[in-house]
Design a protein around this ligand. Structure first.
Ligand SMILES: [Zn+2]
Length: 457
């Protein structure tokens, strides 16, 4: 009986998806919801024999997932993943329906699932994950998820539902490490052993006080945000020694980082083919997942070197003489990381912020006041101009004015077509920091005009 219901659910899911495609309404969670309505156990049955890797945490989920995907490709493993940002229960169920046979047998050995922290709690009941990666925990979109402790408890519940999973945790994040006390899984830690940049943006820490005893942490070094070598003098809670770590950083440039990566007992010099300190973390996380799953470390290192950046992750879009890179942001921590990158960038560049306040961006944009834009004054000579666009361009311009940026340097350009014209006339490096819906809109216009591939194709 279960088999028939499973087949019916898979067919219904695919049919619904097909119909939605035909009428031009792809990308919803409806197909998965239809399947689950017909047969509530559909996801559990389909996921049963698939080796599932779950990637969760506040920042870096997408890039880490794409890097892990590259390790699966390099090692010749068969896999599927939830690429198009469908990371709630319905979307994930639909991916499994799409990537199994009609009778619910697996077509691929591995599933790589990027999962919203809040959804992980529920999704994990069905997945029997083999590996769970928690990238970090930062304050994110307060209007949607509430406090960080709420995020943490969601992740802990998710891992508790994943009894067979090996868990990869960011050793430098005091919030993430605290998960270890609540779970019984095998844990592998990863981290960065020293500061990434010479100059760092001073940030409001999301976690200044010990999560266990409320004493203030002392740090032997910081990488960014509250990440680094934390220790509580009150109760002794401290950064664990990671099994996978970046032990040295030789070079951070506009296009890549060269680091020394320790994986277990072995040491590798790795060129991470993506710039930015946060991508050093994503690379370490990827190596950690490979180590936890017993993958060949040399293959994983090769994957990091061949990895190509894409949509919203320092993706390079050359427009005439402008070398435009887009860096998606959604919270103060992510934003400060971009500023760190800019403050250490040796080349003169144009900086653009595209701020929207649609639901997918987070409707409350007050977080821009928590970001240390004042730091840009230290590299004033390196920034030709600062342009602002998006629905909340005026507020963004105001933020830059308060930061002390010269007003003649700040340009409000609300019209996307005119904005793109002006970028096309620019000669040199352009860094655009858009929120999610601003990125979709601007990228689509650029794609239409200059013929870049849309990311979902
Ligand atoms: Zn303490």
């Amino acid at each position: 009986m279960g088999k028939i219901k499973l087949t019916a659910a898979v067919i219904a899911c695919r049919f619904t998806r097909w119909v939605l495609r035909v009428i031009g309404k792809g990308g919803t969670s409806l197909p998965g919801e239809v399947a689950a309505r017909l047969y509530p156990n559909v996801l559990a049955d389909l996921a049963k024999d698939v080796n599932t890797i779950v990637v969760t945490g506040t920042n870096g989920k997408t890039t880490s997932s794409r890097m892990i995907e590259q390790t699966l490709i390099e090692s010749g493993r068969t896999y599927f993943c939830n690429k198009s940002g469908a990371n709630m229960l319905g979307g994930i169920a639909a991916e499994f329906c799409q990537n199994s046979t009609i009778t619910g047998k697996k077509k691929y050995d591995w599933a790589l699932i990027e999962c919203d922290e809040a959804a992980f709690k529920t999704v994990s009941k069905y997945l029997n994950a083999k590996c769970v990666l928690v990238t970090n925990v930062f304050r994110d979109q307060l209007d949607r998820y509430g406090e960080v402790t709420h995020t943490l408890s969601s992740i802990i519940s998710g891992i508790k539902n994943s009894k067979n999973a090996v868990v990869c945790l960011n050793a430098d994040c005091s919030l993430t490490v605290s998960i270890a006390d609540e779970i019984h899984n095998r844990i592998i830690y990863y981290g960065v052993d020293k500061p990434i940049y010479e100059r760092t943006v001073e940030e409001i820490s999301d976690a200044p006080y010990c999560i266990k005893c409320k004493s203030q942490y002392v740090y032997s070094y910081r990488t960014f945000g509250h990440l680094g070598g934390f220790k509580c003098m009150g109760c002794g809670y401290q950064r664990p020694v990671p099994q996978v770590s970046v032990s040295d950083i030789f070079e951070t440039s506009e296009s890549c980082s060269v680091v020394s990566l320790k994986i277990g007992e072995a040491q590798y010099k790795v060129k991470i083919n993506l710039p930015g300190g946060y991508n050093i973390y994503n690379a370490a996380a990827t190596a950690c997942v490979g180590y936890a799953l017993g993958f060949d470390a040399e293959t994983d290192v090769k994957a990091l070197e061949t990895f190509e950046c894409g949509f919203g992750r320092m993706e390079m879009l050359p427009i005439n003489n402008a070398r435009l890179r887009m860096i998606l942001v959604k919270n103060p921590a992510g934003c400060n990381q971009v500023l760190n990158f800019l403050c250490n960038n040796k080349e003169r560049s144009l900086f653009i912020v595209a701020l929207n306040d649609n639901y997918a961006d987070g409707t409350d944009v007050s977080w821009i006041w928590d970001v240390d834009f004042e730091k840009l004054l230290t590299v004033d000579d390196k920034l030709s101009e600062i342009w602002v666009t998006g629905i909340r361009a005026d507020e963004m311009a105001m933020r830059f004015k308060y930061a002390g940026i010269r007003t003649d340097k700040i340009k409000v350009k609300k019209d996307y077509s005119a904005l793109i014209d002006d970028i096309a006339d620019y000669d040199g490096a352009v860094y655009m920091m858009p929120t999610y819906t601003a990125m979709l809109a601007i990228r689509k216009r650029i794609a239409d005009r200059f013929g870049f591939k849309e990311f979902w194709k």
